[in-house]
Design a protein around this ligand. Structure first.
Ligand code: SF4
Length: 222
């Protein structure tokens, strides 16, 4: 997909200012006419290194979960809510007195989410998917506002979404006139830390498969 002007050098939020040298914001990836778009949270270290969304362990998890219900990630469009890694740094003093700085992922700030809305919406408008699958609460809240994922996961919602305004108003989100099909899932990474969600997540995936069949989106089947 043709990237918009200013995307690769974007520093609209604090996470862009913390990008390492040689790294760029991570665009979405997949078939431009995909009928299904998956929206995750933010890139991690592996994604920033490879320049692609959902790589490494997170990508393997996602691909495996989708394949378990006969869905093919490569036939979808995969993207994140924000495009640069949000992380915090921690200093550790080693036995020999040297200081080591480690970085760990953290959720994107509300400012980063609003700042990055213009880029997500650029790709959303071009791909124009029939179904949006949100992974975790960050993309869900970005699209439909304050809504608890525990109340709506595994169900098909048909709602207006929040879109950024124009120009100087581009960090303010307004509800669209158009309604979109949205299917919220928990984030696959959450299943690793919260094993009690595994069964729920697997049931939701089966419901996603049924929804895809009901909407006749057969292009994303394995
Ligand atoms: S996260 Fe998004 S808004 Fe922030 S600097 Fe990166 S591309 Fe720009």
């Amino acid at each position: 997909m043709l990237l918009p002007d200013g995307f690769l050098t974007c520093v609209r939020c604090e996470d862009g200012l913390k990008r390492e040298e040689g790294q760029n914001p991570i665009p979405g990836e997949g078939i431009t006419e995909a009928e299904v778009m998956l929206i995750g949270e933010s890139p991690g270290a592996e994604e920033m290194k490879t320049g692609r969304p959902f790589q490494g362990k997170a990508g393997e998890n996602l691909n495996g979960f989708l394949a378990s219900v006969g869905l093919d990630r490569n036939k979808m469009y995969v993207i994140n809510t924000t495009r640069c890694r949000p992380y915090k740094e921690k200093e550790r003093v080693l036995k020999d007195g040297t200081v080591r700085v480690t970085k760990s992922n953290k959720p994107p700030s509300p400012h980063a989410i609003k700042s990055c809305a213009v880029w997500l919406d650029y790709e959303l408008k071009i791909v124009n998917p029939t179904l949006i699958v949100t992974l975790g609460s960050t993309p869900l809240k970005r699209l439909i506002g304050e809504q608890s994922i525990s109340e709506v996961h595994g169900t098909l919602l048909t709602l207006p979404i929040q879109e950024p305004g124009e120009g100087e108003d581009s960090r303010t989100l307004y509800f669209s006139e158009k309604k979109y099909h949205i299917f919220p899932l928990y984030h696959p990474a959450a299943i690793i830390y919260r094993q009690e969600l595994k069964q729920t997540f697997e049931q939701d995936l089966k419901k996603l498969r049924e929804t895809i069949e009901q909407l006749n989106l057969r292009s994303v089947l394995l």
